[in-house]
Design a protein around this ligand. Structure first.
Ligand SMILES: Nc1ncnc2c1ncn2[C@@H]1O[C@H](COP(=O)(O)OP(=O)(O)OP(=O)(O)O)[C@@H](O)[C@H]1O
Length: 313
């Protein structure tokens, strides 16, 4: 596969819309409402969002499994409508569900896949791939006898058979234990070091934080964030204090650690602060110093939900 110019994105998505037609009693569903973003070459790009946000729809469109309603998708410079063959060759997809014929062995799974792509025998690299995903010693075991983690690694090898420059993993660690999650993270990082651009979907902010250079958040079919990981995670470092004062606030208090300060009703005050730059005690002292008297206080951590809220606000 010819590499495109260093500056062009690995994936470029513009105004992508998917409307599922009504079926039976089910109403039509607008699963993607005009999504646009680029995945830079060489990065690990996280696509984060709650259940039903539209992540699988997006991936399935890239994989050529779901037809988009409108908009455009370029993979490694190949438009999925006008240059479908090359677009498909540029991407490897690791699906969420584990799907193998239980009677094939790992080497057969990879050889069959290579045959499917029409790769000449002498150009195949099934043995290398088995080594890369640490399954060389399971070469001839029946797929059904592999553990869940091994099966997932085999799926990754299968997606890499045609040497795509872009690998997409749909929730690679959904429902796996901590140990296996670590192993998969390592494998993904290794593949990325080898030069593969990675896109992964996840529910877990922690997973995205650990692995991804950049995170996009999708919610109700809309892209609500697309930022370098450190920037986005910073937003989750926020803490919120809800205060009730003894009288209405004439002037909003100030402190270098405050991110946001707003009145709620007559005597309520909601202060969002950076927990690396202030703590609850300092917030209360700052209020006292400004002559404000607090009669009640509750606190909560910002979580992904808050990041969503602050992004959609
Ligand atoms: N084939 C379909 N027909 C009708 N609606 C669908 C179809 N597939 C998905 N949807 C709907 O489109 C929306 C987006 O679904 P999608 O599976 O893309 O979300 P997701 O972010 O991948 O969620 P999950 O994390 O649960 O897989 C949901 O409301 C879903 O019910």
């Amino acid at each position: 596969m010819t590499a495109s110019s260093a500056l062009s994105p690995a994936i470029s998505i513009r105004d992508l819309v998917k409307r599922y037609a009504p079926v039976g009693k089910a109403e039509a569903k607008l699963a993607l409402k005009g999504v646009s973003f680029d995945v830079p070459q060489g990065e690990i790009f996280g696509l984060l969002g709650p259940n039903g946000a539209g992540k699988s729809t997006l991936i399935n469109i890239m994989a050529g499994l779901v037809r988009k309603t409108s908009g455009s998708v370029d993979i490694w410079g190949h438009d999925i409508d006008h240059d479908q063959r090359n677009a498909k060759r540029a991407i490897g997809i690791v699906p969420q569900e584990i799907v193998f014929d239980p009677f094939f062995t790992p080497i057969e799974v990879l050889e069959n896949q290579a045959g499917f792509y029409g790769i000449a025998k002498h150009l195949r690299r099934s043995e290398d791939l088995l080594r890369a995903v640490h399954l060389a010693d399971k070469r001839d075991a029946y797929a059904r006898s592999l553990s869940g983690g091994m099966k997932r690694r085999l799926l990754i090898a299968k997606a890499l058979v045609h040497q795509p420059p872009v690998l997409v993993l749909d929730e690679p660690t959904a429902g796996v234990d901590v140990e296996l999650r670590r192993q998969l993270w390592e494998l993904v990082t290794e593949m990325n070091r080898e030069g593969v651009t990675i896109v992964l979907t996840t529910h877990y902010l922690e997973e995205a934080e650990e692995l991804c250079d950049r995170i996009a958040i999708i919610n109700h079919g809309e892209l609500i964030a697309n930022k370098p990981t450190s920037e986005l995670i910073g937003m989750a470092r926020e803490k919120v204090l809800m205060l009730t004062l003894d009288q209405p606030v004439a002037q909003l208090p100030e402190h270098p650690g405050f991110i946001k300060c707003r009145t709620v009703g007559d005597t309520g005050l909601e202060i969002t602060y950076d927990k690396d730059r202030a703590n609850a005690g300092e917030v209360l002292s700052a209020l006292q110093a400004q002559g404000l008297s607090v009669v009640d206080v509750t606190t909560r951590e910002a979580d992904l939900e808050d990041v969503f809220v602050s992004l959609t606000a």
